[in-house]
Design a protein around this ligand. Sequence first.
Ligand SMILES: C[S@@+](CC[C@H](N)C(=O)[O-])C[C@H]1O[C@@H](n2cnc3c(N)ncnc32)[C@H](O)[C@@H]1O
Length: 355
Amino acid sequence: MDAATGLLCYCRAGFEPDLAAELQEKAGAAGLAAYARTERNSGYVLLQGADGDALSRALPWRELVFARQKLVLLAELRDLDPRDRIAPLLVALREAGGATFGALLVEHPDSDEGKPLAGLARSFGNALRPALRKAGLLAAQDDARRPRLHVFFVAGDHAFLCMSDPSDSAPWPLGVPRLKLLADAPSRSALKLDEALLTLLDADERARLLHPGMRAADLGAAPGGWTWVLTRHGLHVTAVDNGPLREHVLATGQVEHLRADGFHWQPPRPLDWMVCDMVEQPRRVADRMATWLREGWCRQAIFNLKLPMKKRWQETALCLERFTAQADLPLRVRARQLYHDREEITVFAAPAPRR
Ligand SMILES: C[S@@+](CC[C@H](N)C(=O)[O-])C[C@H]1O[C@@H](n2cnc3c(N)ncnc32)[C@H](O)[C@@H]1O
């Protein structure tokens, strides 16, 4: 067993270099010398070399773009004996301070190599939970005020012990919100906007910023997934796209379809929302989104930036910098690679609340 310090973050498999670059750059900007360790397609990145709590404070989960989850490392357990993986884990937890955790998650990387560990994670969790409770290391009932314990198996005999702060981490196992695609959704893209509304806004913002009767534009709307999501929240939508929209989306009576260029069209009067899923160069999209906010054509926006194949963190940082510089007003900006995103990230932006 090795004591370990630093962070362990999950990401979409294939995006490890991007998450590693993001973590390292942000730690450096906070004055913390840390280095990222990862393997391509592993689905996770370790950030080590500095104290885990200090790194965690410097890198709030909500501000990370490529991390699905952010955990503070407690220990690394190697060469685990399959006949008794529990005993060394209890020893490691005692050595790490012996705190009582509020919940237990036994997880594995969301990668080709990690997925076969799902069965082990499930059965080990069932065995470990009562053992932790008996040892006073886990609350009798889930308690959201206490840190969560994560056991992250990367192989049958190799696991990381980590903890997460419920107010500074994803609430879902593996950092993945499970959303169901409804049968009448016009496209799978609908899940992206559902997930963006769930993860980029908090419950209070969803109630305040999204209600029936509001008006929205959807740039690059066809076949209508995002427009359909907005109509289900009761919004009236101008859907801009030269492509066709699905009939049942138009049949809601809440949608006007305009066959126009989303880079040139502007609304005749200010709208509550603008969403944009146009497949285009991310810098070009970022520039157009900045114009919308600067000119006050919408109060808030959610848009996707399609990323290049390489140096995706650098392109992300550059696009977000251009966007905020050109919008030229104080903004709240949250960007994330969602579970339902592929080679892209999703951004929420709105003017910062006045103090
Ligand atoms: C990924 S699809 C959008 C999917 C949609 N969000 C949904 O949920 O069904 C991208 C769309 O952007 C549109 N698009 C690309 N460039 C455009 C432009 N300059 N103006 C308007 N639409 C554009 C394409 O026609 C395409 O329908």
